[in-house]
Design a protein around this ligand. Structure first.
Ligand SMILES: [Mn+2]
Length: 408
């Protein structure tokens, strides 16, 4: 059996993004997560004695990477060199703008395909690796015409960084369709670029391995690299878990919980169910359901958030990204004075004059923020009114919760 490990989109030293990183202890323990993922890949390559490691683009994160990143990478590639394991690498859009990915900087066991494309035979096998790199960060046209025909009576693996048919609102990179790839006569397409793992086809294999280390809650899950196992010309696949830090969203339904003790118990259970060996989790926790205790929970929101963070801290493995209170109030038959006041408050913030005044106030407050932070909160002029409504909605709910929590 011959094994080949396929990965892409390491985005080495790319920062992880989560509110959990406000915790300095947390920051220290996860800032090297993308490196840990690479170390795990190399560990696997060594322990499973692979014939090659394929990196299908975006090894680096972009232009602003340091010599430290390169030095770390070289030490990892050297570990493979010591075991005579070659690395095949094509540059993706993020690598193309990086000045330190020059061939000279990397050890001799690293084979980099250039922008003209090429092919190389794996020593002592009938396996050929084909690949083509991005010349610069834009690749508006298909790169498939840079591939030579598959070698006859051999296993042909093509490496390509591509957005495939693309997605609305995203730039296209080296566009091509799954049907285009199927027509090329290769046995395995080692793709990169899209960060979510997907096997598009099994004859030939067309595989996007996904990012080995997610960087925010949008790249949730354990992440993996893809191991090819080749026996008598037939290829089968296996997933190799890689992420050192796993982003995840969990839910606690509070509908049937009747007291604080029960809610704390449910939080403990949710946290226990979300620990995994060998990895840290960054958890977004959602409290859902309809509860008679809706107003009390909302009133004590900061207390519950702090409780959740403390219980998470005790696990030594889970860090809280965010706690969301997506609860619905109980259906009540009675209509109290507080209900009436609540209705007035809700209606007031929708009044055009008041809404405009609130928007002005928010604009004044935001003007004291650095431009970049302001742009993140209010990317378009319309977003200011939306943000105002969101914030006043939260504020109103909290005011009502204080009144209700006290009276009921
Ligand atoms: Mn890319």
């Amino acid at each position: 059996m011959i094994r080949i490990l396929h990965t892409a989109d390491l985005h080495l030293d790319s920062p992880l993004k989560s509110l959990a990183l406000r915790d300095p202890y947390m920051r220290d323990s996860v800032q090297t997560a993308t490196r840990t993922a690479l170390v795990r890949l190399v560990d696997t390559a060594l322990s499973e004695n692979v014939a090659a490691l394929l990196i299908a683009g975006d090894l680096f994160d972009g232009a602003a990477r340091s010599a430290k990143t390169a030095a770390f990478l070289v030490t990892q590639f050297d570990r493979l060199a010591a075991a005579d394991i070659p690395v095949f690498y094509i540059k993706g859009n993020h690598d193309a703008e990086n000045p330190i990915t020059g061939e000279a900087a990397l050890p001799a066991n690293v084979h980099i395909f250039d922008g003209r494309g090429g092919k190389t035979q794996l020593p002592n096998t009938d396996i050929w690796i084909h690949g083509v790199s991005f010349r610069d960060r834009h690749a508006p046209d298909s790169l498939l015409d840079k591939f030579s025909a598959p070698v006859a009576d051999a296993i042909n693996i093509g490496m390509l960084h591509t957005s495939l048919a693309g997605a609305a609102g995203h730039d296209t990179y080296a566009p091509c369709t799954v049907a285009d790839l199927q027509k090329m006569g290769f046995d395995y397409w080692a793709l990169g670029h899209i960060h979510k793992r997907r096997v598009y086809c099994d004859a030939p294999w067309i595989v996007m391995p996904g990012i080995p280390q997610g960087r925010d809650i949008g790249e949730a899950g354990p992440q993996s690299a893809t191991m090819l196992e080749i026996v008598d010309g037939a290829i089968t696949l296996r997933e190799i878990p890689t992420a050192a830090v796993i982003f995840h969203t969990a839910e606690i339904d509070v509908t049937t919980l009747t007291g604080d003790d029960q809610l704390r118990g449910a939080i403990r259970t949710a946290l226990r169910d979300n620990t995994t060996p060998d990895s840290t989790r960054i958890l977004r926790l959602r409290l859902t359901g309809q509860s008679d205790r809706y107003w009390q929970i909302l009133r004590d929101q900061s207390l519950w958030e702090e409780t959740i963070r403390t219980l998470a801290h005790e696990t030594g493995q889970i860090w809280i990204d965010k706690v969301r209170f997506d609860l619905s109030p109980p259906a009540t038959a009675t209509h109290s004075a507080t209900d009436e006041l609540a209705e007035i408050m809700q209606a007031m913030r929708g009044e055009p004059g008041i809404a405009a005044r609130l928007t002005d106030l928010l604009e004044t407050t935001l003007s004291e923020l650095p431009a970049q932070a302001r742009a993140a909160l209010v990317p378009t002029p319309d977003a200011l009114a939306t943000l105002t409504q969101e914030l006043t909605g939260q504020g109103t709910a909290q005011m009502i919760a204080l009144m209700k929590g006290a009276s009921e």
